[in-house]
Design a protein around this ligand. Sequence first.
Ligand code: AMP
Ligand code: MG
Length: 313
Amino acid sequence: MGTFVTGSPEAAAGYIRRGGIVAFPTETVYGLGADVFNERAVAAIFEAKKRPADNPLIAHIADIGQMSDLATEVTANARLFVEAFFPGPLTIVLHKSERVPLIATAGLDTIGIRMPGFELSRRFLKECGTPVVAPSANLSGRPSPTTWQAVFEDLDGRIDCILQGDATEIGLESTVVDCTGEVPVVLRSGSITIAELRRVVPSTIVADGSDTDAPRSPGMKHRHYSPSASVEIVSNAADAIPGDRTAFIGLDRPNGNFAVVLICADVDEYARGIFEFLRECDRRGIEKVYCQSVADEGLGTALMDRVRRAAMG
Ligand code: AMP
Ligand code: MG
């Protein structure tokens, strides 16, 4: 089966309506979507990505009204976050409604809901006429895709359609906040920071890192974002050891010659470029990647979370 590549959100949405699976761009990364209420289509996502069955998907919506099809209750804190951050790179976890099949939530009684802000995603989701569950559109374990070509590289022939857009703006996955309890709990960092969430709900806390294999955010325990090369984190660019099968990414220039080097102007550019950089390292047969660490604040927290996971690979 060949994968149909199109720039038309209407054409791409047609595949979803017919029970197919479609990769589409958002402001964070490219997602691989299916109609949330079509169990066969949702199962096809897990198969195409080789995704472990215990890793839940995020439901993407085009308008706020769709939240009541997915969740039993939109809690008071969830409503505050919706007002402040939807549409945008924030996923809100709520108790799921009966209608949502358990395969979509990996057996959990909760569901993550997000409304992307990116114009092309909004047009696509509107045309789909149903919430679309989607994880990142990569083979499980690989760096998340930030370009349609990266999706093609991993999933050509395994999925029905790719909606072509530009490279994604943010480059890291959404912030995930659990709003099922009294106190909101951040399960995954992203470009919406803990400080921004606290400005809206001051009691918001961050899930304890030691808790990552508890069922709260099961996906976080899996191998993630890993290139074939081994990844090492250095605080100073000067600590990276050059070599012809070695690569470097960071904010400062390292000493000596590396096969691939990306010096980023700021943390935003680093976050936008990290996954594509790791993929490029694989294409070039790099054996060792040095990633320079950045301050653990703002977007830097989310970036370092992904880099640390890549280094665990
Ligand atoms: P991906 O888009 O590939 O990063 O996958 C979605 C991620 O969102 C999962 O791996 C989880 O970390 C998180 N997530 C999705 N749904 C839930 C949920 N119901 N409860 C907790 N975390 C979730
Ligand atoms: Mg993913």
